[in-house]
Design a protein around this ligand. Sequence first.
Ligand code: MG
Length: 372
Amino acid sequence: MPTGIVTIDVREIAFRRRHSFVSSRATTDDRRIILITTGDSNGTRGWGECSAPEEPRYCEEWTASAWEFINSILVPAVLEAPPTQIASLQEIFGRFRGNRMAKAAVEEAYCDFEARQKGVPLWRFLGGSAEPIPCGVAIGIMSSIDDLLALVEKEVSSGYRRIKLKIQRGWDVAVVAAVRRTFPALALMVDANGAYTLDDIDALAQLDAYDLLMLEQPFAPDDLWAFKQAHDRFNTPICLDESIVSLASTRAALKLGLCSMVNIKLGRVGGHSVAREIVNLCTSEGIPCWCGGQHEAGIGRAHNLAMASLIPRIVPAELSASERYWDEDIISPPIQVDNKGYLQPPTAPGLGFVVNEDLVLQCTVRETHHQG
Ligand code: MG
């Protein structure tokens, strides 16, 4: 007999990356990650991971704001009116503006719990397909083009199916030209994390010469006019990342002609339910979408994998092996991408991976326990 969720544990872990990662907006070394654990009286548990970064550079949310929102507002509201279905979480979430990464983490823990209770893998529970998922990697801004070319070579020979380069002023057209010269057939794209303005549009137009899969988020999230100009003028497809925060913002971007690709990040859009709506909208509009990633540990990565299973396998997902990020991941087995660059959806119930609870405990810096 299925039972309802009666406890929610909130835990912050501190986790060291194997290598620093530099984008136009932040350098990531140590991660401070919030984990959510839902539980019932029978011992079934579900896990979610909050993708909020340590500082509000990628978006307004950050670990400390998410911690406060989850503990003081969101979890008390959820436990006060225990939802019988995941869909009813959306009504509670809708009372509060923004804070989507925090909401996503709580919804993830509910989805994992319910999938485990039903004894099915999370990807199947969400309605995804078992087909292997093609994967690509993102490479940060580096200190030299030679180092970059060496790293591209390493990732390509590992099997990854596309390479994304982070760009910013001073590390853009010449860098792309060098990579394209060395790897003429490489599936290559670039991501600016909003580093440019409309004044840069002529410089960015030079990227059209390099047969890129897409130019991701060249402008600030709210600079819609600049996206419209670039989309109308460039041959390179424009992809939105930070600007896509909901079904409504996706619909506006597609209907107003601001982009021709959509990066879906589970945390940024507020969880699995909204992500699925965005996948369905993009598919019905004939716009390719793909699963983006942040600097997730294994629980977040496993949720991304489940979300990616819903997406037609056109553009490789930003899903890469745990070993690219961590010496030891918080799940077993770690996420592994095969030598052709594919990830196989797991067969075990829920996330499909075992949470390494000893490691989680070792890394925990604070925790709270909420009882319904
Ligand atoms: Mg991006």
